[in-house]
Ligand binder design. Structure first.
Ligand SMILES: [Mg+2]
Length: 102
């Protein structure tokens, strides 16, 4: 599935439920962090990542998807190209943390 198809799918889901009115940047940012906290919750009380059960891994993937969905709503609202922004940020990070790439 292409990125634009993902956006269409999540927009259709949101619009069918009349949730667009709640999707301002502030509440989307809060939602990103709440979903990211659900990722952390999976690791709570576990000693290491290797201790995740198959059920935990399924849950982890679901929570990563939830977090990405809210990030994609923010990306769409800002009319940004996420791949270009990542590319720009990696260039900034390269200058900030200089090391010869292999
Ligand atoms: Mg969730």
């Amino acid at each position: 599935m292409e990125y634009t198809e993902v956006i269409e799918m999540i927009d259709k889901f949101r619009d069918a439920r009349g949730w667009e009115k709640y999707h301002n940047l502030k509440d989307l940012a809060i939602s990103v962090n709440l979903e990211a906290s659900e990722i952390l919750e999976i690791f709570q009380w576990k000693n290491e990542q290797g201790s995740l059960s198959e059920e935990d891994k399924i849950k982890l993937k679901e929570e990563i998807a939830d977090t990405l969905i809210y990030l994609f709503y923010m990306v769409d609202k800002l009319e940004m190209n996420p791949y270009e922004e990542i590319q720009k940020k990696v260039e900034i990070n390269k200058k900030r943390h200089w090391k010869q790439d292999k």
